[in-house]
Design a protein around this ligand. Sequence first.
Ligand code: C2E
Ligand code: MG
Ligand code: MG
Ligand code: MG
Length: 283
Amino acid sequence: GAKNNGRNTWQFYSAALHENAAQRIQLESQLRLALERGEFLLHYQPKLDLAGGSISGFEALLRWQHPQRGLVPPLEFISILEDTGLILPVGEWVIGEVCRQLGAWAAAGLPVPPVAINLSARQLQQADLAELIERIVVGAGVDPGLLEFELTESMLMVNPEAAVAILSRIKALGMRLSVDDFGTGYSSLAYLKRFPLDALKIDRTFVRDLPDDPDDAAITKAVIRLAHSLSLKVVAEGVENIAQLRELEQYDCDEIQGYYVSRPLPAADCVALLERAEQALAA
Ligand code: C2E
Ligand code: MG
Ligand code: MG
Ligand code: MG
């Protein structure tokens, strides 16, 4: 279509737009049914503790098992869930499913690590979010200390007063809080001291070009120093090779997450990781 011009170009793009709009409407109606049809599932990506060399926890990542298209990644549907408000029931399902999984691992006698759950801005706009989480966790009989919630800087900035109140209640329940994709949103560093946070996750765009890019190296080092002086842990996202790991180790980074350690895994594949961790402990 690029070599077309005038009316042809317009028709080309117009058709593409209609196709996208139609696709989106179709996706939307399929997503409305996906929850009741049980088409959502979670994959779990481990985090590695650099000092101890052990798995320090997992992050739960949403997937959609589409009947025709196969496994669909979240970037293709999260924004639709958010725009339609479906993220509220789906987000609630995610919390319940993580609790169910933690219970199943514990029942199987596995050493159960904390699991982090991503929250959406829409969820944080629910004034009773902390009470909702408490009901699910208490109902499932799960130790609240095994749950962590990931928030982005921009989510925290929508209504900081309300966010502080909700997050303080979640903290008081014994759960951990971290800032996801740190460094990519607009935020005021002053808020870092107001929110009851436990960890910062450095966005993978700052990790990608380590150790060669001096700007990324400077930013990463400075964020780690800042975080530590505020008593926050630091997790580096998107670590794909040993050179990045070694560099982050030198900067005193606490934990790493990324394809170098493991891709996000189906729950069944996490069992082998946990069993190995248990054997390492027993040895
Ligand atoms: P996120 O929370 O920042 O999650 C990290 C993303 O980076 C995941 O993509 C993960 O698969 C990917 N990743 C991990 N290691 C590497 C690596 O070494 N290299 C590269 N290139 N990528 C890596 P995923 O699973 O596609 O999720 C994308 C985003 O969707 C998440 O980003 C999060 O913002 C959102 N999301 C996922 N699950 C949920 C959920 O249950 N609720 C909400 N509200 N959002 C979710
Ligand atoms: Mg995350
Ligand atoms: Mg992230
Ligand atoms: Mg993200």
